[in-house]
Design a protein around this ligand. Structure first.
Ligand SMILES: *[C@@H]1O[C@H](CO)[C@@H](O)[C@H](O)[C@H]1NC(C)=O
Ligand SMILES: *[C@@H]1O[C@H](CO)[C@@H](O)[C@H](O)[C@H]1NC(C)=O
Ligand SMILES: *[C@@H]1O[C@H](CO)[C@@H](O)[C@H](O)[C@H]1NC(C)=O
Ligand SMILES: *[C@@H]1O[C@H](CO)[C@@H](O)[C@H](O)[C@H]1NC(C)=O
Length: 255
């Protein structure tokens, strides 16, 4: 009987210890104060700044500045609800752009060609599936300066008649400004005519960098992960107490 009592006392003591142990993490969820909502992204995006650090897009940027088309795009970004979407060819696209060349364009034609690289509305990558159904889509250059989009299971292909290219990465995509990298300079039929020479061999596959997508997705995933961690903690404590309690009760009954 004494022995049994000793066991009971021992067991109770163990239980107390276990409880004390499990009680410890209980207040910790409070220390995980709810993650504050991410600060809203500032509305103003300095396009000159953005294009000078990303890329390299120096060639396109210098054309935008010399034709003052940068002001048109920046004004649209600053002052409209619609926002703006800009397709930006990398520097390499200009050096391989020989035939036809940009060299012989008049100032007005060059300006139109640059405006042709912008849409007067903010579009996410996901929006292009819908846009491909309403192709041809008017660009900033207006009139017959339009682009056809095709969504190929998430890859956005675009055609200006002369140029077939695709969005190879997302440089910036936060309402109201979307900037997407493309592999070629978009040549409009409205300038170069519809007498397009047949495409020879398919162009070599350009570098694909789909990884450079919106970082906001990861932030969201991160906060979800930490939120579920908060939830999991108290549950874990409860189940641990139950786990200890079961065998202890069984032991007591045995005695
Ligand atoms: C935008 O960025 C460019 C280049 O970094 C800078 O020269 C210019 O002053 C900036 N404009 C504004 C309005 O902040
Ligand atoms: C855009 O907004 C910035 C910051 O408010 C301003 O400095 C710049 O002049 C604006 N540019 C245009 C074209 O509206
Ligand atoms: C540009 O124009 C010049 C003179 O008119 C001509 O000699 C040259 O071949 C043209 N270049 C292209 C690429 O069309
Ligand atoms: C765009 O699509 C329309 C109709 O779908 C077609 O008539 C037109 O030729 C296409 N234009 C280009 C540049 O691919």
């Amino acid at each position: 009987m004494k022995k049994a009592l000793a066991v009971v006392v021992g067991v109770l003591f163990c239980f107390h210890l276990a409880n004390a142990k499990t009680a410890e993490p209980a207040p910790s969820p409070a220390s995980f104060s709810p993650t504050p909502a991410p600060a809203p992204a500032p509305d103003y995006v300095n396009l000159t700044d953005l294009l000078s650090v990303a890329g390299p897009f120096h060639k396109f940027l210098s054309y935008l500045i010399s034709t003052k088309v940068i002001d048109t795009f920046q004004d649209q970004a600053n002052n409209t609800e619609e926002g703006v979407t800009i397709f930006v060819p990398k520097d390499g696209a200009f050096s391989s752009q020989n035939n036809p060349s940009l060299a012989n364009l008049t100032d007005d034609q060059l300006k139109s060609l640059l405006l042709f690289h912008g849409l007067p509305h903010y579009y996410t990558l996901a929006d292009f599936a819908q846009l491909s159904l309403s192709s041809p889509v008017s660009t900033f250059a207006g009139g017959s300066y339009s682009i056809n989009f095709t969504d190929d299971s998430g890859t956005v292909h675009m055609s200006s008649g002369w140029t077939h290219t695709k969005i190879s990465s997302s440089v910036h995509s936060t309402d109201p400004v979307a900037v997407y990298q493309i592999d070629r300079v978009l040549l409009p039929e409205a300038i170069y005519g519809t007498d397009i020479p047949p495409t020879p061999a398919p162009a070599p596959a350009p570098d694909i960098s789909p990884a450079a997508d919106t970082p906001s997705g990861t932030t969201e995933a991160g906060s979800i992960a930490s939120a579920s961690k908060n939830d999991a903690l108290p549950k874990l404590t409860v189940s641990r107490t139950k786990l200890l309690l079961g065998p202890l009760l069984g032991l007591l009954l045995l005695i």
